[in-house]
Design a protein around this ligand. Structure first.
Ligand SMILES: [Mg+2]
Length: 227
């Protein structure tokens, strides 16, 4: 099988949004104990602050906890809460082990035994992404790429590192599919129930999109058998 399968990590293999969802719920509950606010109102403000901080802090692990401290400051007088407590509660998304999606477990078991080369292509903080990869025992993959941003330049660099065709599989149309297609890779989208606002995009490109990694496995292996 003369292809390299590049796999995104967060929300493609592991349940990152589910982890954020639980942490957000805990922080919403803490804030609601101090002030009568709607859940949606709190989460909308936190998401707005978090995404606005990406330009300054990028994928630094400080960004998400900071966005929660700022959210508390937006709604409450600083004397009504402990900033350190809020920061530490939010920071748990980086220290907790994030579980694999069920279909990812099956997919990884299959691809591990196959002749495909497997690269993990993820963006984020180097230390945290390495920890997440280690937590799910991915030490058998052929290569791990942890970039600051998944843009066309990054995918073009991947191409120069390989003489085989590359297939990028990921949940983010904005970061896994569009720039990969524009750099000349094949892009395969996996739909996930929970999405991060920052990952959303409305592209003009056409690409294949599947509901599970089981369907993607069938697609890439059928495609191979036709070659
Ligand atoms: Mg992702």
């Amino acid at each position: 099988m003369d292809k390299i399968i590049c796999l995104d990590l967060d929300d493609t293999l592991i349940q990152t949004q589910e982890c954020y969802y639980n942490t957000n719920n805990n922080l919403v509950t803490l804030l609601q104990k101090k002030k009568n606010l709607h859940r949606e109102e709190i989460l909308e403000k936190q998401s707005e602050i978090d995404i606005s901080l990406i330009s300054k802090k990028g994928f630094s692990p400080v960004r998400f906890p900071t966005s929660w401290v700022k959210t508390f400051k937006h709604f409450l007088n600083e004397s009504y809460f402990c900033q350190e407590e809020i920061f530490n509660e939010a920071y748990k998304v980086f220290t907790n082990k994030i579980r694999l999606h069920n279909d990812a477990e099956r997919f990884l078991n299959r691809i591990k035994e196959s002749e495909f080369s497997v690269w993990i292509v993820t963006h984020g903080d180097l230390e945290i992404q390495n920890k997440r990869i280690k937590d799910i025992n991915l030490d058998w993959v052929d290569k791990v790429i942890i970039s600051r941003h998944k843009n066309i330049e990054m995918y073009e660099e991947l191409k120069t590192d390989s003489h085989k065709p590359l297939v990028m599989i990921g949940n983010s149309v904005r970061h896994d599919i569009i720039p990969a297609l524009e750099a000349g890779l094949e892009g395969i989208h996996i739909k996930r129930e929970r999405v991060w606002q920052y990952d959303i995009s409305n592209p003009n490109h056409s690409y294949r999109s599947f509901n599970s990694l089981d369907e993607i496995w069938n697609y890439i292996t059928e495609e191979e058998s036709l070659c």
